[in-house]
Design a protein around this ligand. Structure first.
Ligand code: ZN
Length: 146
């Protein structure tokens, strides 16, 4: 986060009732092939990744009745769930966020099946959008020069 030039949209998470049904649009109509599809057991969701240039859409389907995605869809229906920003150093980003008095959803950094580390910033703290900050292992080893 020491250089804003290094921030990118990593992915956009979309809550869907059914990945298969959503693919009838994204794959069959738009022509975007999923690059990966996996079950995140801890979060009780199934995810499909649709690469779009440097970023991706992340389709999120609940695999249980009381997952975060199930509760989201119950309340608001399908739609935009979160925006993920790739940062060069997650610890630095978290420190800045906490110093600014902004709340995280949980304090614990987690690791995705794809190998990146992530944390969620509370939507009430930042313009109503659930924000995910992600850091890739290859980024954290790179010296960032402002
Ligand atoms: Zn995400």
């Amino acid at each position: 986060m020491s250089s804003r030039k290094n921030l990118k949209i990593d992915h956009i998470g979309i809550a869907v009732n059914s990945i298969d049904q959503a693919l009838e649009f994204y794959r069959d109509v738009l022509g975007v092939e999923p690059s990966d599809r996996f079950l995140a057991e801890r979060e009780q969701i199934e995810a499909a990744l649709l690469p779009l240039g440097e970023s991706r859409l992340e389709l999120l389907e609940s695999s249980s009745e009381d997952s975060v995605i199930a509760r989201f869809i119950d309340k608001r229906g399908e739609g935009l769930h979160h925006v993920a920003i790739r940062v060069p150093d997650l610890e630095v980003a978290i420190k800045r966020i906490c110093t600014a008095g902004i709340h995280l959803v949980t304090d614990e950094i987690q690791t995705s099946p794809g190998g990146y580390r992530y944390i969620f910033v509370h939507p009430r703290s930042v313009t109503g959008v659930l924000l995910e900050l992600v850091e890739y292992p290859e980024d954290s080893k790179v010296e960032v020069i402002d």
